[in-house]
Design a binder for this molecule. Structure first.
Ligand SMILES: Nc1nc2c(ncn2[C@@H]2O[C@H](COP(=O)(O)OP(=O)(O)OP(=O)(O)O)[C@@H](O)[C@H]2O)c(=O)[nH]1
Ligand SMILES: [Mg+2]
Length: 449
């Protein structure tokens, strides 16, 4: 497993500005290079493998900083190679000085994602697990984090491997059939083959149902609060965030500029955007703010139209041309001051009070229902990314074609299509992924990961 002949790479593995910085070294010379910069009572060695040693780090006997060091021999390390990690104080200058010392001893500065790429190339992770490392780092909600962890544990890999196994079995059958084509075999497997193909199709379609989860959990959704001045948009933003982020006053036109904050609603990562109240105005500053409101509404995936129940509905309507094609939920606000019926609208409407919190759970339910195509009593098992979905689509097409040509007993063509489906499944887990695809995936990682 242990890949040899590679060079030794190093990088600062932590974000700059923290209390501690970790300089990670990986490769065949990690131990030798580590020992040339590490000054402690004991040398780093197999005898002290995975033990944290206290000492210092130095460049040619000139001490740079106090340091904790650990040696993790391959293959039981993140990259499956020999790894040394040096922990020094987190200052930018210190961390860079330690890295420079390591590089001057013969390590090469790692490219983005190169440690994880080596873990993948050495078989520690498949491609879906390597991608999950990046998902864990960028997760913006608990559900996104849990789903990324499940992918890191291999849930998606196992499901793909299950389909892959079935396809291989079918291909083996077909190949036997092709080899003995002239012999009068008692061939009863055709029906079974048909069913196996249908079954594989079903499994691929099941995975594709998680396409939306993949997009929403990775990218989040843009949720815009829009409506007339004084309707309570900023009050609602503050309530959803759980702290007073936006200024709230009883002066219409308080919010002049759009304001964005990350939040999560029922596990969905949300970019919440508060906007300037929409009205005709001569004020140039307010006018500029309202133009931004329009831009935000155009870029929204979900709109909460905040209505003031104490004011006439006329004059609070959103411009239909502006909201066309967007999902809208009406939040009928100030229900604490209103006792009558809610207005009849052609979008879902929830009565809330941004002042005392009434109805906010119902509003969260409405957001959840608007985002997910099907209900989420439980967290999704997998979250299929755009890349995975493209490969699954490719596999599905090939399987549908395979079933069509099976009707005509065109076994060579069945085999061709099965191989295409296998190719696509292999691209997901990385067994057949091309170099440019790998570069694209790992290039998006941060340096040091
Ligand atoms: N009674 C009551 N007052 C509310 C409620 N929500 C907001 N308000 C009040 O309504 C006024 C306007 O609230 P904001 O949140 O600033 O309204 P806005 O939509 O952001 O207004 P602009 O920024 O001017 O567009 C403030 O005085 C709030 O205290 C509510 O649910 N009940
Ligand atoms: Mg406001």
């Amino acid at each position: 497993m242990h890949v040899t002949g590679e060079d030794t790479i190093a990088a600062i593995a932590t974000g700059l500005g923290g209390g501690v910085a970790i300089i990670r070294i990986s490769g065949p010379d990690a131990l030798a290079i580590g020992n040339r910069v590490w000054k402690g009572r004991k040398l780093l060695s197999v005898q002290v493998a995975r033990q944290l040693l206290l000492g210092a780090v130095a460049k040619q006997d000139s001490e740079i900083d106090d340091c904790l060091a650990v040696y993790m021999p391959g293959p039981r390390s993140y990259t499956a190679e020999d790894v040394v990690e040096l922990q020094c104080h987190g200052g930018t200058f210190v961390a860079r000085a330690v890295l420079a010392a390591v590089l001057s001893e013969g390590a090469r500065h790692a490219a983005p994602g190169e440690f994880t790429k080596r873990a993948y190339l050495n078989g520690r992770l498949d491609l879906t697990q390597a991608e999950a490392v990046a998902d864990v780092i960028s997760a913006q909600s608990e559900m996104a984090l849990h789903t990324a962890h499940r992918q890191l544990q291999g849930h998606l890999r196992q499901r793909v491997a299950g389909i892959d196994g079935e396809l291989r079995e079918m291909l083996a059958e077909i190949e036997v059939r092709m080899d003995f084509v002239d012999e009068d075999l008692d061939w009863t497997a055709e029906d079974q083959l048909h069913q196996a193909l249908q079954n594989a199709e079903r499994l691929v379609r099941e995975l594709l149902l998680y396409r939306q989860e993949g997009e929403v959990l990775r990218e989040g959704i843009r949720l815009v609060l829009a409506g007339a001045p004084n309707a309570g948009k900023s009050s609602l933003l503050n309530l959803l965030l759980g702290h007073d982020r936006a200024i709230v006053t009883d002066v219409p036109g308080t919010t002049r500029d759009t304001l964005e904050e990350y939040a999560h609603i029922r596990g969905i990562p949300v970019r919440l955007i508060d906007t300037a109240g929409l009205r005709e105005t001569e004020d140039v500053v307010e006018r500029a703010g309202i133009d931004r409101s329009h831009d935000s509404i155009r870029g929204a995936q979900l709109l909460i139209w905040v209505i003031d129940l104490t004011a006439p509905l006329d004059g609070q309507q959103l411009d239909p041309a502006l909201v066309a094609g967007r999902t809208v939920i009406a939040a009928a606000n100030k229900c604490d001051l209103h006792t009558g019926e809610l207005p009849a609208l052609d979008v879902p409407i929830v009565a809330i009070s941004a002042k005392n919190g009434d109805g906010i759970e119902a509003l969260r339910d409405a957001v959840e229902a608007a985002v997910w195509a099907h209900p989420h009593d439980q967290e999704p098992d997998v979250a299929v990314s755009v890349r995975h979905a493209a490969e699954l689509d490719r596999a599905l097409l090939a399987l549908v074609d395979a079933r069509a040509v099976l009707q005509d007993a065109a076994f060579e063509l069945v085999a061709v299509n099965l191989r295409a489906a296998l190719e696509a499944m292999g691209a997901i887990t990385g067994t057949t992924a091309r170099a440019d695809i790998l570069d694209n995936i790992f290039g998006k990682f941060c340096i040091g990961k």
